[in-house]
Design a protein around this ligand. Structure first.
Ligand code: SF4
Length: 189
C-alpha cells in the first residue's frame, strides 16, 4: 500500500492479483448493467465508455490474470467541513485531488503496459485525458494510443468489488464529500 500526502487529502493505492476468469465470473453483472451506465452524465460522451464497448469476455479473452488497483482518496475532516453544502468547493477538491490522482494512476499503468508486453489497462472510470472529449462532437478520439476503456463500463459490479476485494464500503455524500472516494483500475496480463 502506498500513501501520498496530497495536502487536502491522503491518497492510498491498494492492489490485488486475481485470476481473470474468476474475476469476470464473480463480478460481471448480468442484470442490465447498461441501464446503470445510461444514468451516468458521461454516457455516450467519452470514447472510453458505453455505448459501443466490446464485450468483456471477448475483449479480455487472451489474458489470464489481472492486477486490480484501488485508488482511495481520504478527505480530512476540515476539507469535508468546508465542502458541506458547498458543491463548488467539493467539485474543486475532487478535481485537484481525486481526478488528478486518477490521471497519474492511468499514466503509471500505461508505463507498466510498456514493460509487460501484451498487457492491457482498463481505466478508473471515464477517460479524463482531454478537457473536452471529441466524442461529444462526433469526432474520433484524439489519443487512441492512450485511451483505455473504463473498467466500470464493462458492467462490473463496482460496489461488490470494493467490498469483497478491498474490504471498502462504497460511500457517497449527498451534500459534500464522503470520508473517501475510491476509483478502481486494472492491468490485465
Ligand atoms: S483521449 Fe480525449 S478524445 Fe479520447 S476518449 Fe479520452 S478524453 Fe476523449
Amino acid at each position: 500500500m502506498t500513501k501520498v500526502d496530497a495536502g487536502t487529502g491522503q491518497t492510498e493505492i491498494l492492489s490485488r492479483y486475481l485470476d481473470k476468469d474468476d474475476f469476470l465470473d464473480r463480478y460481471i453483472r448480468r442484470d442490465g448493467s447498461e441501464e446503470d451506465c445510461r444514468l451516468c452524465p458521461y454516457y455516450g460522451k467519452r470514447w472510453s465508455c458505453p455505448p459501443g464497448l466490446p464485450h468483456a469476455y471477448s475483449y479480455l479473452e487472451k489474458y489470464q490474470s489481472l492486477c486490480l488497483v484501488a485508488l482511495k482518496v481520504n478527505y480530512s475532516q476540515e476539507v469535508r467541513g468546508k465542502a458541506k453544502d458547498n458543491p463548488e468547493y467539493a467539485d474543486q477538491i475532487r478535481e485537484e485531488v481525486y481526478e488528478s490522482a486518477k490521471r497519474k494512476l492511468l499514466m503509471k499503468l500505461l508505463e507498466l503496459e510498456k514493460r509487460i508486453p501484451g498487457s492491457r489497462t482498463l481505466g478508473a472510470g471515464r477517460c479524463i485525458l482531454c478537457e473536452h472529449c471529441t466524442r461529444e462532437e462526433g469526432k474520433p478520439c484524439r489519443h487512441p494510443e492512450l485511451r483505455r476503456y473504463s473498467i466500470t463500463g464493462f458492467g462490473l459490479d463496482f460496489g461488490k468489488i470494493l467490498e469483497e476485494v478491498f474490504g471498502l464500503p462504497l460511500l457517497w455524500a449527498a451534500d459534500g464529500l464522503p470520508e473517501y472516494d475510491v476509483a478502481v483500475a486494472a492491468l490485465f496480463f
